[in-house]
Design a protein around this ligand. Sequence first.
Ligand SMILES: *Cc1c(COP(=O)(O)O)cnc(C)c1O
Length: 479
Amino acid sequence: MELIFEISKTGRRAADVPKCDIPEIAIDSLIEKKYLRDDLDLPEVSEIDLVRHYTNLSRRNFGVDLGFYPLGSCTMKYNPKVNETVATFTQFTSLHPYAPDAFAQGNLRLLDETQKHLCDIFGMAHFTLQPAAGAHGELTGIMIIKKYFEQKGENRRFVLIPDTAHGTNPASGALCGFETLTLRSNKEGDVDVLHLESLMTEDVAALMLTNPNTLGLFEKNMEKVAQIVHGKGGLIYGDGANANAFLGKTRPGDLGFDVIQLNLHKTFSTPHGGGGPGSGPVGVSSVLADFLPVPRITKKGGIYGWSYDFPLSIGRVRAFYGNFNVVVKAYAYIRSLGAEGLTRASEMAVLNANYIKEKLKSYYDLPYDRVCMHECVFSGKRQVAESGVHTSDIAKRLIDFGYHPPTIYFPLIVPEALMIEPTETESKETLDAFCEAMMEISREAKENPQRVKDAPLTTPVRRLDEVLAARKPDVVWKK
Ligand SMILES: *Cc1c(COP(=O)(O)O)cnc(C)c1O
């Protein structure tokens, strides 16, 4: 495809303005000459060329509106357009963040009700909506835990993190000044309870646990794990990125979690993947409520307002009140689906993942062969052994079949990992077609491995040096 500069023709334009009826004066009598530049190489194109150029460019992108996007751990579900529409209501979009509380009662009510719904769904006592993403929620949660122990006069040094955890977990612990200790998983993919017992001392502030974990498995020993951690006075932090697996089925608060973060842009209807705004609400048990960020919403005599009067608070973690529009979408999603709909969404997400797992397990190595939750993790090690085809090759070949690749090489404890999360919004036909493509690639890997290694064959650019492409993108137009 040509660059817009390459289709430029001097004098061509996309809009005409009427002839000016005001007398002309030389502009350099108004502005110093040095500010006037005529060396800018701006493209000159007609309206239709402009429209075609950008429409064609947009079609080079991949999104869930175009096709199946089974990127594990990211929950790339289809987000009902009605939630987008609601978020664009001018009552929401045009309210100034400095508007007096009296003028913002509806918006404050929406925030308050969202917090209450999240408390109900996840079994927590309080929520804050300030953090702007999952990792930011983790940071907020660990800051709360740190403050809790400071307040108790305890100086605990460590956080425990399972070897399956997302990289942001140790990063959040380290940013708050904790040292991280890696907790092993056992053969079934659960926390190794004996290892936990040996690591869990009164020097450990918290265990950061993702449940279901990034193998897509629900922690079988959850009760025991909670007993061990709480028994030493520690807290359990829950990475709630996988919440799409259990809405209406179980609640982290009931399982023993003291703090959790959610990713509204995964579970609650905000499209993501392009780096747009996210939201990472943090829920806490009642013992930790005093440490939540300020301002917090209050309601007195039926009137909503913001209060900063929480002296033990960790303070602000975000300007204003968080990414408000993302919360609006979550609110619309929760209210439109209701308890029944949310439960059904999780049931379908789990059913779809198990369907794919069962269909593909004779084609790809399945290191943890048990009922999974919302995602399943295969290993490409059979293909490596048989024909030298790696997981990265399989992922690239999927692009030729019109699919976004799944998450690969994560979690780290699975060699050549392929982590597939279909989500609840896909039909059986889509899942079948995807499985057919995966089967076809496994056949190709045997019969014509070079074809898989050369993939993608159908894209504008083929194999890039990914590190170089990220660090030194080739975007400069050379005449
Ligand atoms: C996505 C994810 C995170 C981080 O969330 P962001 O919103 O991307 O910051 C943390 N843990 C897990 C398991 C995740 O999948």
